[in-house]
Design a protein around this ligand. Sequence first.
Ligand code: GLN
Length: 285
Amino acid sequence: MKLKVQKEIFIKALENDYPAEEVLSFFFLLTEAFFGIKRIDLALDPEVEIDEIQAGKFGSALSRLKNHEPIQHIIGETEFFGLIFKVDRNVLVPRPETEELVQWILDDFSSGNNALKILDIGTGSGCIAISLAKNLPQAKISAIDISEKALEIAKINAEINKVNLDLIQQDILELEKLLQNFDLIVSNPPYVRELEKKEMHRNVLEYDPPTALYVKDENPLLFYYKITKLAKNALKSGGKLYFEINQYLAKETEEMMQEHGFKTELRRDIFGNFRMLKGELIKVI
Ligand code: GLN
């Protein structure tokens, strides 16, 4: 069968489920993942053929997309900060906003002393820790997660990207204090309130791991509060704490950090929402 015929079938099958542009992008993500055929290849050779087994792969991807399974789960991997990450239901699919947080950290630290000690709390796929490790090769990076299964994925991702991470299984809420000092602590903890679920898409609601996302409406800053307290004791003087935050709770999160003695800065993401917060610890000695 000609690939261009398969393309028409694919577009028709999903036309009521997703916007047309998104369907097209799914199609080419799949042709590249399955057969190494890129958009440009099909443009250059519109007559390219696929066999029955290959066409069958499309059939299964189609039914998964109809169930709103994330394309990243179907392919089994995604790109983040120019690197490849394996993903499945045990980890949050890395988001483009989080790339901006990584970029902010690199802008702050790339030119300085690279022998940094860094901690990533709630690492999931490892996307933040691994992107930092790749770009700050002298840094010593530890990454904590509550989920053993997430840590297995983070370990594979560290191997794929050829970096060393110290991976630690730990429920941060149970931790009294961090046992080492750090120059930099970063976290993208759960921050979506139950009341915000109605804004979310099925691919997130049904397939991302709930422990990575949700907090109770009554106590949405639970993780921020705990991590700020831990960081206050574990950061070296002048050390920095970076958070990805809930856009609707930016002010409260910032004030909470200030109350703990941090000098803060908020930043918006590409979508114009307050999404990142940095705190610099001013220690009085
Ligand atoms: N930004 C993510 C989302 O929209 C939430 C990430 C988180 O809770 N840490 O689903």
